[in-house]
Write a protein that binds this ligand. Structure first.
Ligand code: GAR
Length: 193
């Protein structure tokens, strides 16, 4: 049995796609959904929607617990987590956690890294920057996580065109299609490595 911990603090659409992808897989368990934001859409989805249907426990933590204690690392180790999947999780992973899970933490970023990455580049800020820069394409990057924002080794990228008439919302929609299509499969690939 391979065990996944999902970290999310946004609406949770990627977390839901990943959970649904593995729902009937008896050798993969989504062991928990972790978040720093009790008001995030993902928590509602996890408590009332897919998480409840699939019996996935929710773990909420605050900044002090995450950065000043080893509690989250220990909990993940005690649960024998094989892969930590960031799906719209915006906090930098503490270095102790990264070191405890070498090449076992992956993230999805809504642009073609190394462009449009780094601190403050998340969600709609990314799509606004892409449109402002008159890019002709954008896409997704799935990468290993290290101690720096968006700098770990790239595992997978997929691109989509950006038209001169596209708004940031248009780009966000195209990127989300790519995320939902590819992230669950890439998670599976990495898990089986
Ligand atoms: C996704 O687009 C993901 O790529 C992005 O947050 C969104 C979460 O959506 N992540 C980042 O920007 C990380 N820097 P979701 O909550 O609907 O899955």
């Amino acid at each position: 049995m391979k065990r996944i911990a999902l970290f999310a603090s946004g609406s949770g659409s990627n977390a839901e796609k990943i959970a649904a992808y593995f729902a009937d897989n008896t050798s993969v368990d989504i062991s928990l959904i972790a978040s720093n934001n009790p008001k995030a859409g993902v928590i509602d989805r996890a408590r009332r929607g897919f998480g409840r249907r699939l019996h996935i426990p929710v773990l909420l933590f605050d900044r002090a617990t995450f950065y000043d204690t080893d509690r989250i690392t220990q909990l993940l180790q005690n649960q024998h987590i094989d892969l930590i999947v960031l799906a719209g999780f915006m906090w930098l992973m503490p270095s102790k956690l990264v070191q405890a899970f070498p090449n076992k933490i992956i993230n999805i970023h809504p642009a073609l890294l190394p462009k449009f990455g780094g601190k403050g580049m998340y969600g709609h800020f990314v799509h606004e920057a892409v449109v402002a820069a008159n890019e002709t394409e954008s896409g997704i990057t799935i990468h290993y996580v290290n101690e720096h924002y968006d700098e770990g080794q790239i595992i997978f990228q997929a691109s989509c065109p950006v038209l001169p008439t596209d708004t940031p919302e248009d780009v966000a929609q195209k990127v989300q299609v790519l995320e939902h299509l590819h992230y669950p499969k890439v998670v599976e690939d990495v898990l089986m490595r």
